[in-house]
Write a new protein. Structure first.
Length: 259
């Protein structure tokens, strides 16, 4: 009985397909003294073809930006077509226009984003604008982008590149030199809420920056708060947002795998 309950619990945690399988299985007919009792043959994971080039989108990914068009994006402030600058296969923050976000809404996901901080970012009149941008998961949980190369631009540690803004200090500073491309591979689990609005399961995020783990299954405390303490509010699926924050940060090769 203990083995059955343990295995059933693992199946329920694994995913919707196996959860359905677990619910339909007649556990009373299992012979727990046999190895076959813990083998599952009827459930197969979907086949996904990896990209030929590391960093490119696998076969089941949704490409959000391929360097040629911004038609998957709108301005966050009013939903009008995204009007950042599009040149040489990259889209670049257009100063004083604001954030952009995807038309499509997402929940849990694997996300790939490549970004480049301006080569002259250290010359910014406001040091807090030195390569400042961010990747907002579900429009509210920010993985920070900043010119943190070699810690040459002073900033609080939980606000530097690779941080979950004002919540988690990155495990390492993996920044490329300004003017060179960086890569974020983000693995995000959306939160769930009880009918009364209370948090059932919080959100979690893992971030790999330029191949280096910088956030390891961090429990997100709530939406980003510049002042005060984060506090969850119930929400469903939402857009991916890129921040325009006074620096001409560029982006390319953005794709997502909803999970």
């Amino acid at each position: 009985m203990e083995m059955k309950n343990t295995l059933l619990s693992l199946l329920l945690l694994t995913g919707s397909t196996l959860t359905s399988y677990a619910q339909k299985t007649d556990w009373s007919k299992k012979n727990w003294s046999k190895p076959e009792a813990t083998e599952f043959w009827d459930v197969k994971p979907p086949i996904v073809t990896p990209a030929q080039k590391p960093g490119d989108a696998p076969s089941d990914a949704m490409v959000l930006f391929n360097g040629t068009t911004m038609n998957q994006w709108v301005m966050s402030k009013d939903g009008s077509p995204a009007n950042w600058n599009l040149k040489d296969g990259a889209m670049t923050v257009k100063l004083n226009t604001g954030d952009i976000q995807t038309k499509e809404q997402f929940g849990s996901c694997q996300l790939h984003v490549e970004f480049k901080i301006p080569a002259d970012s250290k010359n910014s009149a406001d040091p807090h604008n030195a390569g400042n941008s961010g990747v907002f998961l579900q429009e509210r949980y920010e993985v920070q982008i900043f010119d943190s190369y070699q810690d040459e631009v002073p900033l609080y540690s939980n606000g530097q590149c690779g941080s979950l803004y004002k919540q988690a200090i990155p495990l390492a500073n993996a920044c490329s030199q300004p003017g060179e491309w960086n890569t974020y591979d983000i693995f995000y689990t959306e939160p769930s809420f009880h009918p009364n609005g209370a948090v059932n399961v919080p959100a979690y995020v893992t971030v790999v920056h330029n191949g280096i783990l910088v956030l390891n299954h961090f429990q997100i405390q709530g939406p980003i708060a510049y002042i005060g303490v984060p506090k969850y509010e119930p929400h469903g699926k939402a857009s991916l947002k890129l921040q325009g924050h006074g620096s001409e940060v560029s982006f390319r090769n953005i794709w997502i795998r909803p999970l």
